[in-house]
Design a protein. Structure first.
Length: 440
């Protein structure tokens, strides 16, 4: 983050506006709405800075703008000169307003046009009357605090109110009914919330491959329990003040035992917390989500599983490799190269059969054993293959070849990031070859 966002109280404060013209007028307008008293001048002199909260410059001669910027910064007064980032000590963001709700967008000064485009997108998704929902919150703030003094309970209640009937009525402009619904809901609210655990698939590591449901839950979580595969980009989507617990697992170096993770999830839920157990990819694909769900069920803890984009899908998509292909690959098998006691316990006869694609998870280290097993079961040594590292992220790397070449080259090629092996005839065809094959 290059600049720290904040919202200023300007009610009754004086703001200096240097310059006069169309741009200056446009700048003055929101300042007045925020209650500021505008001191306008065309020529800078130091006394103009006395007692002011903020200084802005636009539509004034260059020398005046420079003088203002320098003097204001020397006195520690925040200053903004329109379209002159080098003269500014603060940025004036693109703003979306809905009554008391203000959304401000900044690109750190790098691309104001992009900020304005983002503003348009946000304008489109924010309901026009969302400010009324905020007003509802303000109206009941004291009552909610009195009834639900503990923060988790209060938060859980407000989340229900702001997504339930009271909010819907406010959005429809039916304020009185909204208030009545809010009051009823508050009276009947549980004072102690039941905790809940969400087993959430975080996808391959790119924030925009999260599902909308995962994104919402991350924004609402009290605690996030995550491991190594979950990237920073995904964690950045979480509520800022959510507690984060790292239970990372490196192969053969489990930093917390599965049993202890299960116990941790149960304990946090029993404390009344909303827990997001965030996993790379999908929780139910080699993610031990099944074991965690069973432990939660045994302890009587409410839980929900949220699917994620599993590594095989993300890798294949970005590498342009179809996992099934009409007439070439009729099936897709997810297997793990992970070993129990150093042995690969796989049904090689079934895996070596033609007409399918294999997606091998956790296969880098066990590649030699995997190849030996597949070859012994009759898979051709030149079966097309691709190894994909950090798939679905901007750092994705792809190594193409066949079963033999990939087995030989992978140890050199890998940089230690998570990698997946795709194997089968469909892996070989480029988009151009597919176009030809299906042209007929
Ligand atoms: N639940 C996860 C898989 C966890 S097992 C999922 O659904 O994706 C861990 C293995 O997944 C890694 O050893 C690697 O083989 C694979 N993997 C996870 N993320 C990956 C990524 N971004 N790119 C390639 N492989 C990945």
């Amino acid at each position: 983050m290059r600049h720290y966002p904040a919202f200023l109280k300007l009610d009754g404060r004086t703001v200096l506006l240097l310059g006069s013209g169309e741009v200056a007028e446009r700048k003055a307008e929101p300042l007045k709405r925020a209650g500021a008293i505008i001191r306008q001048a065309d020529v800078f002199s130091p006394e103009l800075l006395d007692g002011i909260a903020l200084a802005l410059g636009a539509d004034a001669p260059e020398a005046e703008l420079h003088a203002l910027s320098e003097a204001a910064q020397a006195r520690g007064i925040p200053v903004n000169i329109v379209d002159r980032p080098e003269l500014c000590s603060f940025i004036s963001p693109a703003v979306i307003e809905r009554d008391d709700i203000t959304v401000a967008v900044s690109t750190g000064g790098a691309a104001p046009v992009l900020a304005r485009m983002l503003r348009q997108k946000i304008e489109a998704v924010l309901p026009p009357l969302i400010g009324r929902v905020a007003a509802l919150g303000a109206r009941f703030q004291a009552a909610v605090r009195a009834r639900l003094p503990a923060l988790p309970a209060r938060r859980a209640f407000l989340e229900r109110a702001f997504s339930g009937a009271p909010a819907e009525l406010a959005l429809a402009g039916r304020q009185e009914e909204a208030e009545a619904a809010f009051a009823t809901m508050l009276e009947s609210s549980e004072t102690r919330p039941a905790g809940m655990v969400f087993l959430v698939g975080g996808g391959p590591g790119a924030a925009d491959l999260l599902t909308l449901r995962a994104l919402r839950l991350l924004g609402e979580a009290d605690v996030i329990v995550h491991d190594r595969l979950v990237g920073e980009a995904v964690l950045d989507m979480a509520r800022r003040d959510a507690e984060r617990i790292y239970v990372g697992k490196l192969r053969a170096n489990h930093c917390m035992k599965q049993q202890d993770i299960n116990a941790l999830l149960v304990r946090l839920a029993l404390e009344g917390k909303r827990v997001v157990r965030l996993k790379g990819g999908d929780p139910f694909v080699f993610g031990r989500g099944g074991e965690e769900a069973a432990a939660l069920a045994r302890a009587g803890v409410a839980h929900e599983v949220v699917p994620g984009v599993t590594a095989a899908l993300a890798c294949a998509a970005q590498a342009g490799i179809p996992l099934t292909l009409r007439g070439v690959a009729r099936g897709l098998t997810f297997v793990t190269g992970h070993t129990q006691d150093g042995r690969l316990d796989l049904d090689f006869e079934a895996l070596a059969r033609p007409g399918q694609t294999l997606a091998v998870y956790m296969g880098v280290v066990t590649l030699p054993a995997l190849r030996a097993g597949l070859l012994a079961a009759g898979m051709p040594s030149d079966t097309p293959a691709a190894m994909i590292e950090r798939g679905g992220t901007p750092q994705q790397r792809t190594l193409r070849g066949n079963l033999t070449s990939i087995s030989n080259e992978a140890p050199e090629w890998t940089t230690g990031g998570p990698a997946l092996l795709l194997l089968g005839e469909a892996v070989a065809m480029t988009a151009g070859e597919r176009a030809l094959a299906y042209a007929a």
